[in-house]
Design a protein around this ligand. Structure first.
Ligand code: ZN
Length: 479
């Protein structure tokens, strides 16, 4: 493999390493459109697996898939002022149709609350129509001015956004909570990305939300990756969009609204967390290709090896495994090994003339490089066993790493030290917004979440001002 095709950057040089893995591992490529990339089958294939599996979770919860227009009239976007103000700086506008100016300029949706609430207002009649859960697997557009990065930050975002309406605040709060835990469990289980779940501080909540819950992952360079959010929206939305229903006493009531979303940035997270010096390692549950069969050909033995390889490929596909056969001519087995390793395929299955004679194959794991010789008769079971084991190992390794880089801090210096060591820090905080800002400035970090599962010691003092602390806040740099 020539230099320019392999991964030459060290993972410790994360930014350059990431760029090489994304492009050379064929996950995404830069396009002629600034800030928008092309997601290639290796990258989009992971999203396919996420859609396929998470859609089942949504459907089981009662959400239905829909499609709303990409364009939002300015007047609609403006209806909820806080929301509009929050998104205005990054809206992309369409002002012309052909050669003529549009009567009203249109936004490429930065998110779909406004149009969905508008339609919900039209459809909702009675309490019997509730709850309402509408989902979209779609794209949204935000004119990012920060440096863009494939998967992580771009002007075109591929995601899922779910919008729900309820009759009571208890129900909408329950949904907001359910969503963040559903995301957390799914991301940990399928993407093997360990997270910290919590509530956003007010400074960091969604534009127009009463509160926002979030899940955060910690990248190898010490930066946090916001990996999913769920918002309990203020009733200003139901007022603005007239989302009302008749209750059991035939009285009009405002509906309680919520929205939640996860995006393809999760894929950027898993590439960074699991990859090594050779390239990506994709967790088997979301890998577009779980195993690749590479025949090892020697002159005169081609036919015997190729026949067994083809038959094995067919058998494994019937077993619902996602398997490729790499019978490309003109590439050496060593070149192929590197190529698939870089792309993160979890298992490689080697078949040579000796294996054919012994009716066996060699399975090689992408994460540990371990090789096991297995009989063809139980190759399916062995592959499934190795895939499970690899999935578990990736998660446990990442979890240990997350735990070792999550520290408690009781002073600003301790927060700074943590950040310098590529960690994030949990600190007691008084709850005051100005004080929070002063911590952000002094430590060059930001509040990530108020973690759910961590109790504060009574009598703790705020790291910012020394006053009595109200709760714990996780502070860290962010993407
Ligand atoms: Zn304080």
């Amino acid at each position: 493999m020539s230099e320019d095709l392999g991964i030459t950057a060290k993972k410790s040089d994360l930014s350059e390493w990431y760029k090489q893995v994304v492009v050379r591992g064929k996950f995404a490529d830069y396009s002629p459109v600034k800030g928008m990339v092309v997601y290639r089958p290796n990258g989009y294939g992971i999203w396919d697996q996420i859609m396929h599996n998470f859609d089942k979770v949504l459907q089981a919860r009662g959400a239905k898939n829909t499609s709303f227009p990409l364009l939002l009239p300015e007047s609609l976007l403006k209806k909820e002022s806080e929301h509009f103000a929050g998104f205005t700086p990054e809206v992309l506008w369409v002002t012309q149709g052909g050669a003529s100016d549009l009567e009203e300029k249109m936004a490429l949706r930065p998110t779909s609350e406004t149009i969905i609430h508008h339609m919900m207002g039209k459809w909702l009649q009675s309490y019997r129509d509730l709850p309402l859960r509408l989902n979209q697997w779609n794209k949204v557009y935000r004119y990012e001015t920060k440096m863009t990065k494939p998967f992580i930050r771009g002007r075109e975002i591929i995601w899922t956004e779910t919008h729900t309406a309820f009759a009571s605040k208890e129900e909408v709060a329950d949904e907001t909570d359910w969503a963040i835990h559903a995301y957390g469990d799914f991301i940990e289980n399928f993407l093997a990305l360990p997270l910290i779940r919590g509530r956003k501080t007010d400074s960091d909540k969604f534009a127009g939300a009463e509160y926002t819950l979030g899940v955060e992952a910690l990248m190898p360079d010490g930066k946090a990756l916001q990996s999913g959010t769920s918002h309990l929206l203020s009733q200003k939305f139901s007022v603005a969009f007239d989302v009302k229903f008749l209750d059991e006493k035939e009285k009009w009531q405002l509906a309680w609204l919520n929205s939640y979303g996860i995006s393809m940035r999760l894929i950027g997270g898993l590439l960074m967390i699991h990859g090594d010096e050779k390239g990506a390692i994709i967790p088997p549950k979301v890998a577009p290709i779980q195993a690749v069969i590479v025949p090892i050909i020697f002159k005169g033995k081609e036919q015997a090896v190729n026949t067994v390889a083809k038959q094995l490929h067919k058998d494994l596909l019937e077993g619902e495994l996602r398997v490729e056969l790499d019978d490309r001519e003109g590439y050496t087995p060593g070149w192929k090994f590197n190529d698939w390793e870089m792309q993160g395929v979890p298992l490689r299955i080697e078949i040579g003339p000796k294996d054919v004679e012994a009716k066996s194959v060699v399975i090689v794991r992408r994460d540990t490089g371990e090789k096991v010789k297995v009989k063809l008769t139980n190759v399916k079971e062995e592959i499934n066993k190795e895939l499970d084991s690899l999935q578990t190992r990736l998660f446990e390794k990442a979890k240990k790493d997350l735990e070792s880089r999550t520290v408690d801090a009781s002073s600003l210096d301790a927060v700074k030290k943590a950040v310098a060591d590529k960690k994030w820090a949990i600190v007691p905080h008084c709850g005051d917004a100005k004080c929070e800002e002063s911590i952000t400035e002094a430590t060059e970090t930001g509040p990530r979440v108020i973690p759910f599962n961590k109790k504060m010691k009574s009598g703790s003092k705020c790291v910012g001002c020394g006053k009595e602390a109200e709760y714990l806040v996780l502070f860290g740099k962010a993407y």
